[in-house]
Design a protein. Structure first.
Lengths: 171, 77
């Protein structure tokens, strides 16, 4: 099978937690990038948390449309910051982690970057969030670094894991 | 979480991973983001409450015109 999906780097948060996870010096040899995140925030909430996406050190020029559901209602909302769905949080079921995937096509190109994000918080309760986010980063720079943070809490707890993959459209 | 805010930096070229303290700029950015969120969230809640109030007002007026509750709810869906 052709090797078109390659793990570039992975990291797991150690004891003491971490506010951010950053991938730097991203190789420009792939077509697309994927970030898979298994994360839990320090936020003291049963609503989970969101994660932030910082590209090349920039937290600006993001716009998005989010479709989300909480277990009983579904809705959509627009925004212009760098927040994305979803992480588990400290007041949700112990030892559970949310999951999210960030897909960034043509990250090395000179057009604006269209980004898809899906994510869920994980908890054994009636209210649990899931979301699909369509993001536009209005910046023409090739993406060389990606930083993940938590939106409400102070950071990721131990055992949160992020992996960066590169996708090639040909071998 | 430790009291010092830290970040994990993974160099994708070398594979090296470092745990570093956040810079003053990064801490300031976090605080600014939190403040911006508080403003945006208040606006979102206010907008949602305004929509709900308008909907309730519309239903009440339709009921006053003689529509059934089911008819009014269907119109103001």
């Amino acid at each position: 099978m052709a090797l078109t999906y390659q793990a570039i780097a992975t990291t797991t948060v150690g004891s003491g937690g971490a506010s951010n996870i950053e991938f730097t010096s991203i190789p420009q040899t792939f077509t697309d990038l994927v970030v898979l995140l298994s994360g839990r925030s320090t936020r003291a909430s049963t609503d989970g948390d969101n994660f932030t996406l910082t590209l090349n050190g920039s937290t600006s020029n993001f716009t998005w449309r989010l479709l989300y559901a909480d277990g009983s209602n579904a809705a959509s909302v627009s925004g212009s910051n760098n927040t994305n769905p979803h992480l588990s949080a400290a007041n949700q079921t112990a030892n559970t982690f949310g999951n999210a995937m960030v897909y960034i096509p043509n990250y090395a190109g000179s057009n604006y970057k269209s980004i898809s994000v899906d994510g869920v918080s994980e908890t054994n309760a009636t209210t649990a969030y899931m979301g699909l986010n369509a993001v536009l980063w209005s910046n023409t720079a090739a993406i060389t670094s990606i930083a993940l943070g938590v939106y409400h809490g102070t950071g990721f707890v131990q055992h949160s894991t992020a992996t960066l993959y590169g996708i090639k459209n040909t071998v | 979480m430790s009291e010092t805010l830290t970040k994990i930096v993974v160099n994708c070229e070398t594979g090296e991973q470092q745990v570093l303290p956040l810079t003053a700029e990064e801490i300031a950015q976090r605080e600014a983001d939190a403040a911006a969120f508080a403003v945006a969230e208040a606006e979102r809640i206010a907008a949602a409450e305004a929509v709900a109030a308008a909907r309730a007002s519309g239903i009440a007026k339709l009921l006053a015109l003689g529509l059934t509750e089911a008819e009014a709810n269907a119109l103001v869906k």
